[in-house]
Write a protein that binds this ligand. Structure first.
Ligand code: NAD
Ligand code: TYD
Length: 357
C-alpha cells in the first residue's frame, strides 16, 4: 500500500536539488501542501521558485533547521505527515577549507530534524508519517577501476562533506532502529541540470566557457563521476517517499560514468557549436590545476534495488540531459549573472520584507 503525503515539509528547497524536487513534486501532487524551510545560505536562491509565487499550496519559511522550536512549530501547525530533508552544506571543496559548518548543518541539523520529527510522529497528530533523508553516494568512499556501490557497501567517507553526510545517515538509521521511526534514506550520484550553483563542475564549465575563462581540471582529470539529471532524481525521491518500506535505504543513479576530462571536452564541444566558435576553440581554455586533497577517484552507483522494487528508471539520456542543461543556462543568463554578482541575495528582502541575509 502506498503512502499518501498530504502536508510535506521540505528543507533546503531553495537549493539546486530541493527546488527542482519542489517543482516536480507539486506538479505531480497538486493536492499536497508544501512548506519549504530554508535559511538561504549562499546556495539558497528563491529565484529558483518564482513560478510558485501565489500558489496557495506552497509556502516558504526562512529559518534554520538548527532551530528546534521553529521546526517543532512547523510540524505541528502544518500537520506535516512527511519530511524530505535536503538542507545541507553540499560542496566538497568548501568542506576542505571550512569543515565546521558541515558538521553543524549536516550532522547536528539532521539530529534536530530527526528529534523533532520523532516527537511529532509519536504525538500522533497525523495518522501516518515518513521522514526521508537525502544523501549521497559519497558516503561510501571511493572505488577502484571496477565495481559499484550497493546499499550494503560499508560507509567509508573521505571528505569532511561526505563524513558529515555519513554521520547523518547513521543517525537516521539509529532513529529507525531505536525508536522504530518510519525513516527512509536515499543516496544519489552527482546531479546536473537547471538551477545548479555555478561553483560545481558542470555549471562552472558552462559559465566559464561563455565568458572565455579558464576551465580548472583537478589533477589528471581522470576521476570518474556517475551523472544523473536532477529531475530523474526528483522522480526517484517521490517514488521512495510513497512506496518504500520504512527503514529502507535506496541508491539512486543512472549508470552514467564519465571521466571528468571527457565531460569537460563534451561541454566545450557542445558550446563551440552553440556559441558559433570554431571546433576545438573552447578546449584551449582547459587548465589542469593542483588536485583536490583526498580527491575520490571513482563513484559508480548500483541502483538495481530501486529499479527492481519501485520500477524507477531515468527518463533522460545523458545526451539529451546535457544538451538541455546547456541550453537552459544559455537561456537563463540573467539567473546566472544574478548568482555570480550576488544580486539574488536581495530577492528575499524585496519579496518577503524580512531581515537582511
Ligand atoms: P545546495 O547547496 O544547492 O542547497 C542546499 C540548500 O540548503 C540551500 O538552499 C541552503 O540555503 C539550505 N541550507 C543550508 N543550511 C541550512 C540550514 N542550516 N537551515 C536551512 N536551510 C539550509 O545543495 P544540493 O546540491 O541541492 O543538495 C541537496 C541535498 O542533496 C544535500 O543534502 C546533498 O548532500 C544531497 N546530494 C547532492 C548531490 C549533488 O550532486 N548536488 C548528489 C547527491 C546528494
Ligand atoms: P563537484 O561538482 O564539486 O562534485 P563532487 O566533488 O561532489 O563530485 O566536482 C565533480 C568532479 O569534478 C570532481 O571529481 C571534482 C572535479 N572538479 C574539477 O576538476 N574542477 C572544478 O573546478 C570542480 C568544481 C570540480
Amino acid at each position: 500500500m502506498s503512502f499518501n503525503p498530504t502536508s510535506l515539509l521540505v528543507t533546503g528547497g531553495a537549493g539546486f536539488i530541493g527546488s527542482n524536487f519542489i517543482h516536480s513534486f507539486m506538479a505531480n501532487n497538486p493536492e499536497c501542501t508544501v512548506t519549504n524551510l530554508d535559511c538561504l545560505t549562499y546556495a539558497g536562491n528563491l529565484k529558483n521558485l518564482t513560478a510558485l509565487e501565489g500558489n496557495r499550496k506552497y509556502r516558504f519559511i526562512r529559518g534554520d533547521i538548527g532551530d528546534a522550536a521553529l521546526v517543532a512549530g512547523l510540524l505541528a501547525d502544518q500537520r506535516i505527515n512527511a519530511v524530505v530533508h535536503f538542507a545541507a552544506e553540499s560542496h566538497v571543496d568548501r568542506s576542505i577549507t571550512g569543515p565546521e559548518i558541515f558538521v553543524r548543518t549536516n550532522v547536528l541539523g539532521t539530529q534536530i530534524m530527526l528529534e523533532e520529527s520523532r516527537k511529532h510522529w509519536q504525538s500522533a497528530v497525523v495518522s501516518d508519517f515518513r521522514y526521508l533523508q537525502i544523501s549521497t553516494d559519497e558516503v561510501y568512499g571511493s572505488l577502484g577501476d571496477t565495481g559499484y556501490f550497493t546499499e550494503e557497501t560499508p560507509l567509508a567517507a573521505n571528505s569532511p562533506y561526505s563524513a558529515s553526510k555519513a554521520g547523518a545517515d547513521l543517525l537516521v538509521r539509529a532513529y529507525h532502529e531505536t525508536f522504530g521511526m518510519p525513516t527512509l534514506n536515499t543516496r544519489c550520484s552527482n546531479n546536473y541540470g537547471p538551477y545548479h550553483f555555478p561553483e560545481k563542475l558542470i555549471p562552472l564549465l558552462i559559465h566559464n566557457i561563455i565568458n572565455k575563462k579558464p576551465l580548472p581540471v583537478y589533477g589528471d582529470g581522470l576521476n570518474v563521476r556517475d551523472w544523473l539529471h536532477v529531475r530523474d532524481h526528483a522522480v526517484a525521491i517521490e517514488a521512495v517517499l510513497k512506496q518504500a518500506s520504512p527503514g529502507s535505504v535506496y541508491n539512486i543513479g543512472g549508470n552514467n560514468e564519465w571521466k571528468n576530462i571527457n565531460i569537460v571536452n563534451l561541454v566545450c564541444d557542445l558550446l563551440d557549436e552553440r556559441l558559433g566558435r570554431a571546433y576545438g576553440e573552447n578546449r584551449t581554455l582547459i587548465t589542469f590545476v593542483k588536485d583536490r586533497p583526498g580527491h575520490d577517484r571513482r563513484y559508480a552507483i548500483d541502483a538495481s534495488k530501486l529499479k527492481h522494487d519501485l520500477g524507477w528508471s531515468p527518463a533522460y539520456t545523458f545526451e539529451q540531459g546535457i544538451a538541455e542543461t546547456i541550453d537552459w543556462y544559455l537561456d537563463n543568463q540573467e539567473w546566472v549573472s544574478e548568482v555570480t554578482s550576488g544580486a539574488y541575495r536581495d530577492y528575499y528582502q524585496s519579496h518577503y520584507g524580512g531581515g537582511a541575509a
